[in-house]
Design a protein. Structure first.
Length: 223
């Protein structure tokens, strides 16, 4: 195991945000407000997706995602399927590498991927159907303005501490390849939190199983 005093300040790759799908967005918002989080309300998108955010001072965030009405495109239909399977964590988004750098790294390691270009950011989605299902990347084209009023949570949380992700040997290799620091015991360190791998549930889509926030009294969410 590596010494935990290692300086991670120069590490590029980091956790950007985590996505939880919920049937009832208002109920989920109330639950997290009761935990002491400030909620930034999202909007109803044209495809039926509706979201809300917990913004954190270390620039990571937590996103609540739901469907209102009928989904009208493949992205929204996919989230509807995830919600119908069961509520809880579905994706962990990583950032810190620009698109060209990430494409070179993924190509070198022979990972299959798709790049989706947008006006403000690029998404890089992994096409592997196995252990890498919960991961995707975002490359911001410019810093997005964010009001610090959303960082002042009553529970004192400044960031995500640990994300628990179902995965196996392929996931371990992948996290090492993209420069997460292997702490041993299936834990991988970034500058904005740790990914801890847990045994997958046999026969089910790989999911996130929990998130810890570094609040005054640590908040543990288990799905």
């Amino acid at each position: 195991m590596l010494n935990l005093s290692v300086d991670f300040s120069a590490q590029s790759i980091r956790i950007d945000h985590v996505i939880e799908v919920v049937h009832n967005l208002d109920s989920a918002i109330n639950k997290y407000q009761q935990m002491g989080f400030v909620i930034k309300l999202g909007s109803l998108h044209a495809n039926g997706l509706k979201n809300a955010h917990i913004k954190l001072a270390n620039k990571s965030s937590y996103e609540l995602m739901s469907i209102q009405g009928e989904p009208t495109d493949n992205v929204a239909k996919h989230y509807q399927e995830l919600i119908e399977e069961h509520e809880g964590g579905v994706y962990i988004c990583l950032t810190g590498l620009d698109t060209a750098e990430l494409i070179a790294l993924l190509s070198e390691k022979e990972y299959v991927y798709t790049v989706i270009e947008g006006a403000l950011w690029n998404y890089i989605i992994l096409d592997e159907p196995t252990d890498l299902r919960p991961f995707f990347f975002i490359d911001y084209k410019k810093p997005l303005p964010e009001s610090k009023k959303y960082w002042n949570h009553k529970n004192g949380s400044k960031g995500i501490q640990t994300v628990y992700v179902e995965g196996g040997l392929q996931t371990q290799k992948f996290l090492t390849d993209i420069d997460f620091i292997n702490l041993g015991d299936y834990s991988f360190k970034s500058s904005t939190g740790i990914i801890e791998l847990v045994r997958p549930c046999k026969g089910k889509r790989l999911r996130l199983t929990g998130v810890d926030f570094d609040a005054v009294n640590k908040i543990c969410i288990r799905y």
